[in-house]
Design a protein around this ligand. Structure first.
Ligand code: A3P
Length: 327
């Protein structure tokens, strides 16, 4: 039985959004088309519920990402940065014993499944995340002055990372060619990927007063200290002279580095399962290690043929033309 048919959307249908969803069996993990985006069918209910119910606070910090652009890394960085006063002892830091995803809840996954709204940590600021593109965000987020941290990544590496991830978490294999064709047609989780990025970018151009910062995975890899300081300024928690002197910037970067996180017991051997979840994927669970593959930039050269490069470059060029955005 396909995952979508086991999801009970009945209670969310009064406005009819689910009637606008067109289901397509996409081999590994079913996607449903929803207002121009391809949403994993299992998370559609959470998307709709958070759209209807989530009440943003002006003090919230929202990490927005398409899947595989570095969500796990940036969750760790934001958590360590925002909570650094609470955890001065890095030997006992929560990131040493928790997958970053367990520390920063995702609106559509952790908080709004089956309409059961989990209690949010009342501490302020609340640190939250979402894979929803800007156009699908709950109205309360759009109307609030909460801060948005938007992370993006080179589309080719994003695709390669996604392909590996899908083949790792699902039991059957999808070929690179097939997955690439779908990616190019926009049919990737929360895709089209370029529309995900551009929907946020366009908002930042149209509403310059909107509190938003754009961060690129590759730039964070290249100049992490510069960008960590930028993020801290943006979140109104700049590093003090004393922190600078004692090396807090580097401490956070080291704590959140790929080498450190991927070698922790919790991330090497941990697994999260959701018993009774409607999908086999979550009932069987996902290895924490699947969120840590290589953590480098440029791996796409090992997978792309000249034809693939030409095809994706052409699509991206066309999509970003005239927007002022550059990948
Ligand atoms: P690769 O598959 O290219 O290695 P997401 O967290 O959005 O699912 O993205 C996963 C990608 O981020 C994977 O990329 C993963 O290896 C990489 N990643 C995870 N933790 C990281 C870290 N601490 N530093 C850099 N990259 C990291």
């Amino acid at each position: 039985q396909s995952p979508s048919s086991t999801i009970d959307l009945e209670h969310l249908e009064e406005d009819g959004p689910s009637q606008e969803c067109k289901d397509v069996d996409i081999e590994k993990g079913q996607l449903s088309e929803y207002h121009g985006f391809w949403i994993p069918t299992w998370s559609l209910e959470g998307v709709m519920a958070s759209q209807k119910q989530f009440q943003a606070h002006d003090t919230d910090i929202l990490l927005m990402t398409a899947p595989k652009v570095g969500t796990t890394w940036f969750k760790a960085i934001l958590f360590a940065l925002v909570n650094r006063m609470h955890y001065p002892n890095l030997q006992e830091h929560p990131l040493l014993t928790n997958l970053p995803h367990a520390l920063v809840p995702m609106l559509e996954v952790d908080m709004y499944k089956k309409k059961k709204v989990k209690d949010l940590n009342p501490a302020s600021p609340r640190l939250l995340s979402t894979h929803m593109p800007y156009t699908l965000l709950p109205t309360s987020v759009k109307n609030s002055t909460c801060k948005i941290v938007y992370v993006y990544r080179n589309p080719k590496d994003t695709f390669v990372s996604l392909w590996h991830f899908l083949n790792r978490v699902h039991s059957t294999t999808v070929s690179l060619e097939e997955a690439f064709d779908k990616f190019c047609r926009g049919m990737s989780s929360f895709g089209p990927y370029w529309d995900h990025v551009l929907s946020c970018w366009k908002e930042s151009i149209e509403k310059p007063a909107r509190k938003m910062i754009f961060l690129k995975y590759e730039e964070m890899k290249e100049q992490p200290t510069i960008h960590l300081r930028r993020i801290a300024e943006f979140l109104d928690c700049p590093f003090s002279l004393e922190e600078e002197a004692k090396g807090t910037v580097n401490d956070i970067l080291k704590l959140c580095s790929f080498d450190n996180l991927s070698n922790l017991e919790v991330n090497k051997n941990g697994r999260f399962c959701i018993p009774n979840h409607e999908t086999t994927l979550f009932r069987q669970g996902i290895d924490h290690a699947s969120f840590f593959r290589q953590g480098n930039s440029g791996d796409w050269v090992n997978y792309f043929t000249p034809h693939m490069t030409k095809r994706l470059d052409h699509i991206i060029e066309e999509k970003i033309y005239g927007t002022g955005f550059k990948f």
